[in-house]
Design a protein around this ligand. Structure first.
Ligand SMILES: Cc1cc2nc3c(=O)[nH]c(=O)nc-3n(C[C@H](O)[C@H](O)[C@H](O)COP(=O)(O)OP(=O)(O)OC[C@H]3O[C@@H](n4cnc5c(N)ncnc54)[C@H](O)[C@@H]3O)c2cc1C
Length: 715
């Protein structure tokens, strides 16, 4: 045979082989039907064949045939030649098999950014799919979609030319629905050169990640719970040690007194213990694991933004925990709810900061398609996330100390009005109901149980006022109530810093206010307790004073009243000290009075211990309401400071016209006692508590350490 004939046969054979088209009439893919394939994930494979007349140039009528085979009865899609992220500028083909009408549907679509695929025609492009066929096999559950298009469709707006280069390919499918506006149930990305007809064995399909963030969270929670229970038990029963004191009681530094410098904020940092610093570090590390998981689990070009979103799942979960009144922190760590509020504030600020970074990152990553952020027909409902963010900003703005202190009810109303939408919106945004709700649900359930307990014990079980008396000279309303003992179940005694929330509709129909139990008696199934309420000259405390003056003591038993609680726990156990210092400023005596009574009358070996009572008050009028504090006792040393009166008295315990110098007092106490640890319990105005804190810092030495529990009647 002549060489030329052989050559001609060879050319014809090669040409024919190049132009063997896949059988588009057949609804399934047969063995060897396509030149190339790539398994995109276990049950999803893409096949294709390219038909080119000239291998070196792309001509307008060169064709590519695709077949997508996936285990789903819903939709399947590919995004060809995306830029940076799976849904960014991708030439998309999305379709399904309509079993009822026995037709395959494939839409020539485009992904301008993160959004549902847009039909090319909607974006002023053209539908360039030449032929479509497909099937759904009910026995194997496989959907097959076959379609063809020109390699260069000349649609420069919404199609990409199939390039002879390694390009990005995204793929996704939904196993539940044929509705192509619904988000994928699974997705991934790979790279491929469609002109390379070698069978691809190993595309970069993302592996399922081990949920290491969950493992880390579980370990940390379990560790802290065990450590917390052990610590609360040990610290309550046995004397302190140097190590425990160092970790749990030693504060970072002295506090500052300068409201123009924002002392309320700076002091919240300076007032921290080593134990709390440790907690903060652990929390940040935990946030780091959530960040890492969020990053690695979302390698779609938006991983950085999403990683910050994952940290918010953790934040939102732990944000709610500290504000449950029947607090889990109380059970585990002995941290009562009014002290837990501090952690709520910290996490809230961290959440806002993190959410800001999350939002900014997402905006930067979406810079090519910002309209996507405000569309409501996209799967992730970005707009809801944005609204939730602004609600958070408003909430935090109203928590700043000047607003919080002056307009407490406004601060609470804003919390409620914007807090509930935040909780709903974050769970709708970015499928939060799948990612956030299962985690945050844990806190929400505890929160709901807490409200149920509060409702049953606080609202359903009534209390009764048995005495209501207003002392005009001191501006204090003394309110004595009775309530069923069953609601007073608590882990320790009522004199140990307990307080209740009072609700008296005749004073205010909506407000509940916290007041310390200043004294109590227990008889059978009833607890009788007294709250002494300082009239602030406005608000609830003034209305109560008005009511007391109007009603006198008559008819008070007819008043509707509810008392919720008791809450509160001392952070330092008075039982472990041989020397105890009690410091009160003004109405702060309510807290100190109950603690004093409890210690003196109910503590073992009380008579063998030393007590110091220091009470600073403007005038003598308040002293009359707490006569038991004035009684002389052998092992109690009293010092009363009446700051705005200059009377003379022979009683050496009284100091008129001057304030106590706490540093000097504590230094003298440490010199007079050889104890290793001395307990200090203080309650009074914020400024005075700063002085006490600083005095404790200064007077503590290697030989004698003061351990301070302080209350300021603020949350
Ligand atoms: C744990 C605790 C124990 C307290 N014990 C006593 C006590 O024994 N005797 C006493 O006279 N006062 C006590 N207070 C303070 C008392 O709760 C407030 O003085 C009172 O609620 C003021 O309400 P108002 O409407 O008169 O004044 P507002 O002007 O409305 O409030 C004044 C300040 O009181 C605080 N406050 C107001 N309402 C609440 C609330 N519902 N929850 C928490 N704080 C609030 C805020 O810091 C606010 O800035 C205690 C506070 C706390 C947190």
């Amino acid at each position: 045979m002549k060489v030329s004939v052989i050559f001609t046969i060879l050319i014809v054979t090669i040409s024919l082989s190049l132009f063997v088209y896949a059988d588009i009439q057949s609804p399934t893919v047969k063995e060897g039907e396509y030149k190339a394939s790539v398994p995109l994930q276990n049950d999803f494979t893409m096949y294709w064949t390219i038909h080119q007349k000239d291998a070196n140039t792309i001509e307008v009528d060169d064709i590519i045939e695709f077949a997508l085979v996936g285990k789903t009865s819903g939709w399947i899609a590919i995004g060809v030649d995306f830029v940076n992220s799976a849904m960014n500028q991708a030439d998309c083909y999305i379709g399904y098999y309509d079993v009822e009408n026995k037709t395959a549907v494939v839409v020539d679509a485009y992904l301008p950014g993160k959004s549902i695929p847009k039909d090319d025609r909607v974006l002023n492009g053209t539908d360039n799919i030449l032929e479509v066929n497909g099937s759904f096999d009910i026995t194997t559950g496989l959907t097959t979609l076959k379609f063809t298009r020109f390699i260069d469709t000349e649609d420069r707006l919404t199609d990409k030319v199939i390039r002879n280069a390694t390009i990005n390919l995204s793929f996704s499918w939904n196993t539940n629905t044929k509705d192509i506006t619904k988000k994928h149930t699974d997705a991934g990305t790979t790279t491929v050169n469609l002109f390379d007809l070698v069978h691809h064995e190993n595309p970069t399909v993302p592996d399922t990640l081990i949920p290491f963030h969950w493992i880390a969270t579980g370990c940390v929670v379990a560790f802290l719970a065990v450590a917390g229970i052990v610590y609360s038990f040990v610290s309550w029963k046995s004397p302190s040690t140097f190590a425990l004191d160092f970790v749990f009681h030693r504060k970072l530094s002295k506090l500052i007194r300068n409201k123009y410098l924002g002392d309320w904020f700076i002091n919240s940092i300076l007032d921290i213990t080593i134990g709390e610093i440790f907690l903060v570090i652990i929390y940040l590390m935990l946030a780091g694991t959530w960040f890492a998981y969020g990053y690695l689990n979302n390698m779609d070009g938006y991983e950085l933004g999403k990683a910050f979103g994952y940290v918010d799942i953790l934040n939102m979960t732990f944000l709610i925990l500290p504000i449950t009144r029947y607090s889990v922190l109380m059970v585990v760590f002995g941290v009562s709810f009014e002290r837990g509020v501090k952690f709520h504030k910290w996490i809230a600020r961290f959440t806002l900061l993190n959410t800001t970074v999350h939002g900014v990152t997402m905006v930067i990553l979406n810079a090519d398609g910002l309209d996507y952020l405000i569309q409501m027909d996209v799967p992730d409902f970005q707009l809801l996330g944005i609204i939730a963010y602004f609600c958070m900003v408003i909430i935090v703005a109203f928590t700043f100390e000047p607003i919080r202190r002056r307009f407490w009810e406004l601060f609470k109303t804003v919390h409620l009005l914007f807090g509930i939408p935040v909780l709903i919106l974050v769970n709708l945004h970015a499928s939060g109901y799948k990612t956030m709700l299962p985690v945050m649900g844990f806190s929400l359930v505890l929160y709901a149980i807490d409200h149920l307990l509060r409702f049953v014990l606080g609202v359903l079980i009534p209390a009764k006022i048995v005495n209501l008396e207003y002392h005009e000279d001191s501006g204090v309303t003394v309110c004595t109530l009775q309530k069923s003992a069953i609601t007073f179940y608590s882990f320790d005694r009522l004199g140990y810093g307990k307080f209740v929330y009072l609700y008296i509709p005749s004073v205010s129909i909506a407000q509940w206010h916290p007041f310390s139990i200043s004294k109590y008696t227990h008889s059978g199934s009833v607890v009788e307790f007294t709250c002494c309420v300082k009239n602030l000259g406005h608000g609830w405390t003034k209305s109560l004073a008005d009511l007391a003056q109007k009603k006198g003591n008559s008819y008070v038993t007819d008043l509707v009243v509810r008392a919720e609680g008791p809450y509160g726990k001392l952070s330092v156990s008075p039982e472990t000290f041989d020397t105890v210092v009690l410091i009160a400023g003004g109405i702060g005596i309510t807290f100190i009075n109950s603690l004093y009574n409890e210690i003196i009358s109910n503590q073992e070996n009380a008579s063998k211990k030393s007590y110091y009572v220091i009470w600073s008050t403007k005038d003598e009028s308040l002293l009359k309401i707490f006569p038991e504090m004035l009684e002389k006792k052998e092992n109690v040393k009293h010092s009363f400071f009446v700051t705005r009166q200059t009377n003379q008295t022979n009683d050496p315990r009284f100091n008129f016209g001057r304030r106590p110098d706490f540093r000097e007092i504590l230094t003298r106490i440490s010199e007079a006692n050889s104890d290793r640890f001395i307990g200090v319990y203080a309650c009074g105005p914020r400024e005075m508590m700063i002085d006490v804190h600083n005095a404790v810092q200064c007077a503590s030495s290697f030989h004698t350490r003061f351990q301070l529990h302080k209350e300021v009647f603020e949350m």
